[in-house]
Write a protein that binds this ligand. Structure first.
Ligand SMILES: NC(=O)c1ccc[n+]([C@@H]2O[C@H](COP(=O)([O-])OP(=O)(O)OC[C@H]3O[C@@H](n4cnc5c(N)ncnc54)[C@H](O)[C@@H]3O)[C@@H](O)[C@H]2O)c1
Length: 251
């Protein structure tokens, strides 16, 4: 018996990084999984590797029509979607003085609007088919501040806030909505900003003295997707090695 037997999941940003880890873990626990991503080559290669209970679909989270097509295809292919891992996101650093409006808007469109559109797209199906679980990827930047991160953090705080409102609104319809707040996780997103040196620095700042890996994060998604978390709704869960436990003078 898998912990996600009978679940039909969409994982956005599922082609690589944390998303790919979530896809693998959902599949291992018995779910049928649609990998949704703009990265076509990586997404298709993962689906080919994992076999018939996965399917890749090219998808842009910031595009409403793309969501309609994704949910319709998932419902037809695997049955009504009852788990959404709203995981896709982008990271851009930039000083307030210098950051361009185009980059701020891109962050907003993909991270914040994308998360909203995802919740909107699956609600009808979940409501009509006995409920579901939506897991929104925020960040430690949705719990605390970091210099050079204002535009990104705005989207991650928005996701945390939207999660609370959605939990209130969708709870009566049997849909649970929770947010996940990873610390520094070793993925293409973070590696691009300084490689091994950045990972080593990051590790030195964490109480557990290491960065996280997609395999650390995926079990939390499995738990929140499963019926084991059936009374958890509107929660924000840090998965950060303890990095947000300090008031910054802690060291
Ligand atoms: N890596 C970290 O340290 C970290 C920490 C906290 C939160 N997060 C968040 O976790 C989530 C996953 O991050 P990751 O580290 O795996 O990043 P990643 O860059 O390794 O993977 C992100 C995936 O999202 C996809 N994507 C980007 N734009 C998209 C779009 N418009 N539509 C669909 N897919 C799109 C990418 O192609 C990629 O496959 C993100 O929301 C990120 O903000 C990451």
């Amino acid at each position: 018996m898998g912990r996600l037997d009978g679940k039909v999941a969409i994982v956005t940003g599922g082609a690589q990084g944390q998303g790919a880890g979530i896809v693998r873990s959902f599949l291992a626990e018995g779910a049928k999984v649609v990998i949704a991503d703009i990265a076509k080559e990586e997404g298709q290669a993962l689906a080919d590797e994992l076999g018939a209970n996965t399917h890749f679909m090219a998808h842009d989270v910031s595009d409403e029509a793309s969501w309609t097509a994704l949910v319709e295809d998932t419902n037809t292919r695997f049955g009504p979607v009852n788990v959404l891992a709203n995981n896709a996101g982008i990271l851009r650093f930039g000083d307030i003085e210098r950051m361009g409006t185009d980059e701020v808007e891109l962050l907003w469109r993909i991270n914040q609007l994308g998360c909203f559109l995802g919740m909107q797209a699956v609600t009808r199906t979940m409501r009509k088919n006995g409920g579901g679980s939506i897991i929104n990827a925020s960040s430690v930047e949705g719990l605390a501040g970091m210099a050079g991160c204002t535009a990104y953090a705005a989207t991650k705080w928005a996701i945390r806030g939207m999660t609370k409102c959605a939990a209130m609104e969708l709870g009566p319809k049997g849909i649970r909505v929770n947010s996940v707040h990873p610390g520094m996780i070793d993925t293409p997103m973070t590696r691009v900003h300084g490689g091994d040196a950045a990972m080593e620095y990051g590790a030195s700042r964490v109480p557990l003295r290491r960065v996280g890996y997609p395999e650390d994060v995926a079990p939390l998604y499995v738990f929140l997707a499963s019926d084991e978390s059936g009374y958890i709704n509107g929660a924000e869960i840090a998965i950060d090695g303890g990095v947000t436990s300090t008031h910054a003078f802690g060291g």
